[in-house]
Design a protein around this ligand. Structure first.
Ligand code: ADP
Ligand code: 5GP
Length: 203
């Protein structure tokens, strides 16, 4: 498999979706791993685009049938990465983007460590995170409190990731994310060795 995986984790509200939406408009050969989740869609979220929104029974069937590369319970809902499309995209040589939590990252590493580059994203402060969650207007106060509490736990894992970005100024954070994609494309694992050497000899 010639493809690679970029795992992006970080507190809910840190800006992962915002950055990824733009990245997909501007970069080629990326594939977004559409997770399955038991949580309800937010305004503007489309089934099959942002997530596969499923019932708890459907999700549990998926677990029983080994359909998930990893799965976890986050903020009281189930979330899982669908294995089959990821394998297909890796075979097609794509950079596959996983927007998953810290638990999912650790599970994915057990199976796909050679393929993974990882990035932890956060805001400049907890109060900024709270403001953004409130501005998103999709969460109840209890859900915001739950996400803020989880965020503190997630931040303990920053050093397990290859890269760390603070999403303060959106443009500069986006530029840094794009740089990470560009560097991934320069990895020696990405070259076709035989063809590269043959071409080098011939020229
Ligand atoms: P996540 O996908 O990590 O949960 P979102 O992308 O939904 O986070 O972003 C949460 C909210 O913060 C959204 O309303 C988004 O428009 C806003 N946002 C994202 N990045 C920034 C930024 N750099 N500055 C200000 N607001 C931002
Ligand atoms: P949200 O509900 O804000 O979309 O996502 C909540 C959290 O679940 C985020 O930290 C997000 O990265 C994580 N998440 C989304 N999909 C998956 C998945 O398939 N597996 C795991 N482990 N976490 C996920």
């Amino acid at each position: 498999m010639d493809g690679q995986i970029l795992v992006i984790s970080g507190p809910s509200g840190s800006g992962k979706s915002t950055l990824l939406t733009r990245l997909f408009q501007e970069e080629r050969d990326l594939y977004f791993s559409i997770s399955s989740t038991t949580r309800s869609p937010r305004d503007g979220e489309i089934d099959g685009v942002h997530y596969h929104f499923v019932s708890e029974d459907e999700f549990k069937n998926g677990i029983d049938n080994d359909e998930f590369l990893e799965w976890a319970k986050v903020h009281k809902n189930f979330y899982g990465t669908n294995l089959k499309p990821v394998l297909q995209a890796l075979n097609d040589g794509k950079i596959v983007i996983f927007d998953i939590d810290v638990q999912g990252f650790n599970l994915a590493k057990q199976k796909f460590s050679n393929y993974i580059t990882s990035l932890f994203l956060t805001t400049k402060s907890q109060s900024e995170l709270k403001t953004r969650l409130q501005n998103r207007k999709s969460e109840t106060e209890a859900s915001i409190q739950n996400r803020l509490m989880n965020a503190v736990g997630e931040m303990q894992h920053i050093k397990e990731y290859d890269y760390f970005l603070i999403n303060d100024d959106l443009q500069s954070c986006y530029d840094n994310l794009r740089s990470i994609i560009h560097v991934m494309r320069l990895k020696s694992s990405q070259i076709k060795l035989r063809e590269t050497i043959d071409e080098w000899i011939d020229n």
